[in-house]
Write a protein that binds this ligand. Sequence first.
Ligand code: FMN
Length: 428
Amino acid sequence: MNNFAFLAQNPDYRSFSKDCIDAEIAFKNSYDSCVKLTRTALDAAIKYFYAKNNRAFSDNLFDLIENAGLNRSLSDKLHFCRRLGNDAIHNKKEFSAEDAQQCLKNLFDFVNFIDNRQIAFKNLIGMENILQTELCGIKLNTPIFAASGTFGFGEEFADFVDLKRLGGVMVKCITLKPRRGNDGVRITETPSGMLNCIGLENPGVDAFLTKILPRIKDKMNIIVNISGSSVEDYAKLAKMLDVDGISAIELNISCPNVKDGGIIFGTDEKQASKVTFAAKNATKKPVIVKLSPNVTDITRIARAVESSGADCISMINTLMGMEINIQTWRPTLGNITGGLSGGAIKPVALRMVYQTAKKIKIPIIGMGGIRSASDAAEFFLAGASAVAIGTANFSEPSITMKIADDLEKYLKSCGLNSIKDLIGKVKA
Ligand SMILES: Cc1cc2nc3c(=O)[nH]c(=O)nc-3n(C[C@H](O)[C@H](O)[C@H](O)COP(=O)(O)O)c2cc1C
C-alpha cells in the first residue's frame, strides 16, 4: 500500500495532503468512497500543480503536459482516476479493491512527481538552506520573526504564512494575571506608521499555558514575551514558562504604554540587570531581553543585560509619541501617549542596532519599521543576526513570507550562500 503521510510534513502541500490521507484511510472501509475521495484529492493536487506553474486551474490536463512537463503516461493515470471517480460520484458505480488500489497508486505517483520536482527545484537554486540559521541554539528556517503584539499567537496568521518558515513568533505579551488593556482609543495611524496604547491586554499566564500553548505548540518556534511590575513577577513567569513547546522567553522591559509594563526596568541599567539575572536563574530557556529606545544611550542597557546573562537582545520596542485632535483639543489616544511603530522609526532602530552591535557579543534581533527585504538587509548589515516584523503585518499579513523570498533573491544577487555572510558587514 502507498503511504501519503509524508505529505503532511511539508506545509507547502497543505491544500491537498489531508485529502490524500483521507482517501487512503477510506480504502479500509469502502472501495467506492476510496475512489471518490481519490478523485477529490487528485483535483486538489492538480490545482496545486497548476498554481505552482502559474496557470489557472482547468479540467484540461493537456495544458500541463505541454507546458509543465507532466508526461503522457502520468496524465493517463490521472485520467483513469478521474474517470473512475466520476463514475463513483455520478453513476454510483461499485468498485473492486483492485480499482481502488489502482486509483490510490496513480494518485501516489502524481504526488511523488510533484514532490520530486519541488526537491529538484529547491536543490537547483539552493533555496532550501540559504536563509537557514541558528540563534541561541534554536534552529531557524529563516532569520525572520514576527514581532510581539502584532501577530497574535501566530495561529491567526496560519492562512497567510507558513509558520514553520518563520524563525519564530514572538507571541503577544503575557503577564501573571489576565489584563483587559487600556480604555478608549488604542490605535491611531500616523504618516508612515502607527501609535498604539493597547496596554498589554492578554489572558494571563495560566490561560496561556492551559488553553493556548497546547493549540500552537509544534506549529512554529514560540518565543513568549513577558512583562511584570517587579523582578519577582519576571522570575515567576520565566519559571512557569520553562515548559515543552516554548523556544525562548523575551523579557519585555520596554512597554511605554502602561506604568507596570516593565519600562522602569528598561530605562535603568541596574534594574535591567536585576530582572535579566532573575529570569535567567528561573529558566533553562534562552532569555532574550527587549530594549526600549526611550533612553539616552541604549548601548549601556544592552551591556548591562549582557553581563547579567542575557542570551540575546531584541530591539527596538516602540518610541513614545502623541497625537492631539485639533477639533476637540484632546489627545487622540485614551492613554494620552502611545508607542510609535512602523516605517517612521526605521532609521532610529537601525542606528540603535548599529551602535549596539559594536558594543556587545550576544546576537541582536533587529526590528522597527521593517517593511521589505531591503529594510531587513540594512538591519543585517548593521549587525542584527535576525529581524522581526511588526506593524507591517497589519497591512499585509503575508509580508514575512515576501520578505523571506526577496531576501533569498538579494543574497543570491550578492553571490552569498548564507545570511550569516551579511551580518555586520556595513562598510562604515
Ligand atoms: C499594536 C502593537 C502591539 C505591541 N505589543 C507589544 C507587546 O505586547 N510586547 C512587546 O514587547 N512589544 C510590543 N509591540 C512592539 C513591537 O513588537 C515592535 O517592537 C515595534 O512595533 C517595532 O517594530 P515595527 O515598527 O516593525 O512594528 C507592539 C507593537 C504594536 C504596533
